[in-house]
Design a protein around this ligand. Structure first.
Ligand code: ZN
Length: 527
């Protein structure tokens, strides 16, 4: 046991802001955990070439450089090694060191389940027990991101939360806030991105006058953005445009038109930012590869399967929305399925530069259209999320994103969604045991591990491909879990835990009502 009061955190001097922030985060949380100030000091000499923190129990300097297994760390990986007197935190990069800090804090009992203060669990300890700690960890998915609007209530909280669940990329989906983002994200080691609508819905890929005008706008816009925004994805307005009917352009399919236009804009974008990867976006009306026009160098693929079904994983052969492969003339091309279109795109595009933008944690998605009755409640679909990520990973895709719009304090006052932290955990390691994670969450956040049984992993939300019988099955399940939850709340002595369990019971009542309404509608009208 490393006792009070002599604990010191040693960091390298002249480090970058991420490494410095890592030291300050460790200091800030150890102060809360131990209820005593913890000194942050610099090593007297250049102790190591790679980022390192020495947590010293007796206030003494690190005895020697620790560099075991360093070759295994790769870019975001880290190692933790504890002794009787202290602990080493080591990484190849400053960002890896920040994960090492959160890793050792989790080892000590800290948890980050949701963005904001309500989602944080910080233990109170008399000292630090670190002997025997020996851990090497690194993420499986390379780029792990969330998209949010600059106007969202929890923008700052999400920036703070992202690295705590292992994310390393952060994007705004609107221009608003883009100039503040580098400052807000300082020290977090996040790759910053902008992904927004930029072009009009109708455009012609042949009309030189218009193309030149759009090129001028692209150049000017890219020059106006902060350098810290590493990647910029500008695209046509929602639904990806309508087909141009001019004499030349009408020879091409819509996807070919969009690809021609994309190639043209990518060229001018790369004059401003030579390293820029410019996306061709497959989404709604462009869901399906262009038959004729090929991507130019520097043009990468972004897949956003908004029409997918969340009752099933994208690989589920039984899902009539995700699995079929049939061409038709529907505007949104939802009849094309999801899985086969992913596989077909991978024949034309490099999976390692492809990124997927999905909607698992997007509260705005679950509050519109056919999902409207859910009033923005995200379903418990950890099992579906897991299989989706495993599928994307199996294709070689290494950049995975979700929208997190409207997941803020007003959301967390109503809903308890393990999917929020499961998302980060699964991108770090797609093969984790989700059930074990939920048990830990229930123990730490609700004070009772046995509440894990009330959290399903595959809860239906989409009325398109579900029968009244399946709704019945889930209505029966929720009715049962509701009585379990209410009973636990009655017996819970701790005020905070009881408040949270009662909130959960309220959410279950709400879900029960919504499922009953959907079931009723399914019996009368075609949704
Ligand atoms: Zn389905």
């Amino acid at each position: 046991m490393i006792g009070k009061p002599e604990i010191k955190i040693w960091i390298r001097s002249n480090t970058d802001e991420v490494e410095k922030f890592a030291g300050m985060e460790l200091q800030r949380y150890l102060f809360q955990i131990l209820d005593q100030p913890v000194d942050l000091v610099s090593f007297p000499n250049n102790i190591s070439n790679s980022p390192i923190i020495y947590l010293s129990g007796d206030g003494q300097n690190a005895p020697a450089v620790f560099s075991r297994h360093k070759e295994n760390l790769l870019s975001d990986g880290y190692l933790l090694h504890g002794t009787q007197n202290g602990a080493f935190l080591q990484a190849q990069t400053p960002r890896g060191l920040l994960y090492a800090v959160y890793g050792i804090l989790k080892y000590l009992g800290a948890r980050w389940f949701f963005p904001g203060p309500e989602g944080e669990v910080i233990p109170h300890l008399k000292g630090l027990e670190l002997a025997g700690l020996d851990l090497i960890d690194r993420p499986v998915i390379q780029q792990r991101g969330v998209l949010i609007r600059g106007t969202d209530r929890y923008l700052k909280e999400w920036i703070d939360f992202a690295p705590k669940i292992g994310l390393n990329a952060f994007a705004l989906e609107t221009h608003h806030g883009i100039h503040d983002l580098p400052n807000l994200a300082r020290g977090r080691g996040l790759h910053l991105r902008l992904r927004r609508h930029f072009f009009p819905t109708i455009f012609c890929s042949q009309d030189e006058y218009n193309l030149h005008w759009e090129e001028t706008l692209v150049k000017g816009y890219l020059q106006s953005l902060p350098d810290e925004i590493e990647s910029i994805h500008i695209r046509p307005a929602d639904a990806q445009g309508k087909r141009c009917t001019c004499a030349v352009d009408s020879q091409y399919s819509l996807t070919d038109q969009v690809m021609r236009f994309t190639n043209r804009m990518a060229k001018v974008a790369r004059q401003v930012r030579p390293e820029m990867e410019y996306p061709y976006v497959a989404y709604q009306s462009t869901w399906g590869p262009p038959p004729q026009v090929k991507p130019d160098p520097g043009v990468i693929l972004s897949l956003a399967p908004i029409h997918r079904c969340f009752n099933h994983a994208v690989t589920d052969p039984d899902c009539p929305i995700n699995s079929p492969y049939q061409y038709n003339e529907l505007f949104d091309r939802s009849g094309y399925g999801v899985r086969p279109i992913f596989e077909e795109h991978m024949k034309e595009f490099d999976p390692t530069t492809t990124f997927v933008v999905d909607y698992w944690v997007d509260a705005s998605y679950f509050g519109r259209g056919r999902q409207k009755l859910w009033d923005r409640r995200i379903p418990n679909i950890g099992g579906i999320l897991q299989r989706d990520i495993q599928f994307y990973h199996s294709l070689g895709i290494s950049s995975i994103w979700t929208f997190v719009v409207f997941v803020d304090d007003t959301y967390l006052e109503k809903f308890t969604s393990p999917l929020i932290f499961q998302y980060g955990n699964l991108l770090w390691n797609p093969d984790i045991d989700l059930r074990a994670g939920i048990r830990d969450f229930c123990q730490q956040y609700l004070g009772d591990e046995s509440l894990a049984e009330v959290f399903p992993l595959e809860e239906p939300s989409d009325p398109r491909d579900i029968t009244p019988e399946v709704w019945d099955k889930h209505i029966a399940r929720i009715s049962k879990t509701l009585s379990i939850t209410r009973e636990k709340a009655t017996r819970e002595k701790n005020d905070l835990f009881r408040k949270r369990i009662l909130r959960l019971a309220k959410e279950q009542e709400f879900s029960l009502g919504v499922m009953q309404m959907y079931k009723k509608e399914a019996g009368t009208t075609k949704l």
